[in-house]
Ligand binder design. Sequence first.
Ligand SMILES: NC(=[NH2+])NCCC[C@H](N)C(=O)O
Length: 305
Amino acid sequence: MINIFVNDETSPLKAVILGAAKGVGRTPHFDEAYDPKSKEHITAGTYPKEADMVTEITAFETVLKKYGVKVYRPEIIVDYNQIFARDIGFAIEDKFIKPTILKDRKEEIKGIQYILDKINPQQIISVPEDARIEGGDVMPWKNHIFVGYSEQEDFDKYVVARTNKAGLDFLAKEFPSKIVKGFQLNKSDEIAKDNALHLDCCFQPIGQNQAIIYKEGFKFEEDYNYLKDYFGEENLIHISRDEMYEMNSNVFSISPKIVVVENNFTRLIAILEEKGFTVEKVPYSEISKMEGLLRCSTLPLEREK
Ligand SMILES: NC(=[NH2+])NCCC[C@H](N)C(=O)O
């Protein structure tokens, strides 16, 4: 049996699913891409190669294992992108939620079915069809669940809008003891620098009470202010539009002290080290071309209580 428990983004990590780059196959056609950064690289002829992405994700796996984390990997589905395990399911407290996600990605769940089979079925919750949620938009944080979402108007308009109001309401109903706080994000299917694809593309708590944030990722200033008031201005690390595009907020915490960061994020690395974090640096710039990074490739199953 696999234990499920996740109540925040940083408590010491015990078990995680890490996505797979093996079997990702050929470069997709422009029309097959479902985010603007992938489209950009398809057009430019710089879309990442499978072998390079395997190297990057293996470097990440090595770091996780160094800290004694149990790492599960998906079964490979040939010619299918299975890198961003984050979005296909997520754990909150002792529940594993199986959401409805983008149809282009609906096969991905099959790769982790053998893992889900080892979870007590009473701890697995399926989400109704009309409620749409991807794990990149969901962050349990102590008494809160922070959720990136789009109201119907945006949800219907953008392929990059992945969580809707029904998804947000579902989480509120399922976790009545939590403050489920929704944030609408700025979206663009064309311009990656104007697109906060998921909440973790513009915001990420670290340590005990700090966070990395890109203010302009939030559609409404009051939502940004909510987080500023919650964490305190002095505990926020602000990133620029270019840093958001490079995915600086998409770091991954192994514990409140240990953060995994892309090795080109020199400004962020310096700030984190100055604040006393142990920063594990991994190369992830090829995977980053598909508008996802370290947090996106992980699906934590268990963190310490
Ligand atoms: N949690 C995340 N931010 N995931 C990123 C997923 C990126 C992927 N290209 C998509 O559009 O679905």
